[in-house]
Design a protein. Structure first.
Length: 231
C-alpha cells in the first residue's frame, strides 16, 4: 500500500509533512512531493494548489510517478447539509462537479457529457475506516458521510448554497475534491475525500473561514493520522 495525501493549501498538509519520517522531496509541475513514512505507512504528501485543474494534475502525477495505490484528499469546506456545524467532518460517499454545465445540450446540471458517470464513488472500505476512526479521535464533533460537491467557486451566499443542496444533495462544498475523484476513477485507484467544515457557505462564510480554519484543520489532521494508524 502506498497512500497519496493531497491538500490544496499549505496549512492543510503542513502538520502531516512535519510528522513524516525519512522524507525526500521531488519538484514536479511546480508542486513539492514529500515521499516517506507517516505512521509507518509508505506515503506521499503534496500541496496541489487551489482549484480543480491543480488537483487533477497533482492526482495524475501521484498515480504515474509515485505509483500510489490509494488517494486521500484532506482539507476544509463549506457546510451545506442542515445539521452540519462548523468544526464537523464530512467523509465523502461520492463527489461531483457542481459547475459542470452542459445544459445547453440537454444534459442535467453537473453531468459530464459522454462519460459513463459524473458521480464518482469513494472507496467503501476507506469510508468505513474513516467513520470508525473519526468517532474515536474526534469525539467532540459530528461526523457525516455524504456527497462532496466541487467547483471553482468559493460559496458565500445562501441562494447558491441552497441550489447546491436542492440540485445535488451536497453535504459540503469545496474547490478540488471531485477533480481528484474523477482522476482516481479514470485510473481505477480507490479514493476518499475528507473535509472539515470551516464555514456555512453563506453570507458569513468569509469571516467564519478565517476564524475557524485552524480548528477545522486540527480535526482533520487527527482523522488522517488515525486512519493511517488503522490501515
Amino acid at each position: 500500500m502506498k497512500i497519496g495525501i493531497i491538500g490544496a493549501m499549505e496549512e492543510e498538509v503542513r502538520l502531516l509533512i512535519d510528522e513524516m519520517k525519512e522524507k525526500k522531496e521531488s519538484q514536479i509541475a511546480g508542486m513539492t512531493f514529500y515521499e516517506g513514512s507517516l505512521r509507518k505507512k509508505n506515503t506521499v504528501i503534496v500541496q496541489s494548489g487551489i482549484g480543480k485543474v491543480n488537483m487533477a494534475v497533482c492526482t495524475q502525477i501521484l498515480i504515474d510517478r509515485f505509483d500510489v495505490t490509494h488517494l486521500i484528499n484532506t482539507g476544509v469546506a463549506g457546510g451545506l447539509y442542515k445539521d452540519i456545524e462548523v468544526g464537523d467532518i464530512v467523509i465523502s460517499s461520492d463527489a461531483l462537479q457542481h459547475d459542470m454545465d452542459a445544459t445547453g445540450f440537454g444534459y442535467d446540471p453537473g453531468v459530464i457529457p459522454r462519460m459513463e458517470t459524473s458521480v464518482f464513488q469513494a472507496d467503501k472500505e476507506m469510508i468505513k475506516t474513516a467513520r470508525e476512526v473519526c468517532r474515536e479521535v474526534n469525539p467532540d464533533i459530528q461526523c457525516f458521510v455524504g456527497r462532496v460537491v466541487s467547483g471553482d467557486q468559493f460559496i458565500s451566499d445562501n441562494e447558491k448554497k441552497h441550489q447546491l443542496i436542492s440540485n445535488f444533495d451536497g453535504y459540503c462544498a469545496e474547490m478540488e475534491g471531485a477533480a481528484m475523484a474523477q482522476a482516481a476513477y479514470l485510473n481505477q485507484v480507490p479514493f476518499l475525500i475528507l473535509r472539515a467544515i470551516s464555514d456555512k457557505a453563506d453570507q458569513e462564510a468569509a469571516g467564519s473561514y478565517e476564524e475557524f480554519e485552524k480548528m477545522a484543520i486540527q480535526h482533520i489532521v487527527r482523522l488522517v493520522l488515525g486512519i493511517l494508524d488503522k490501515e
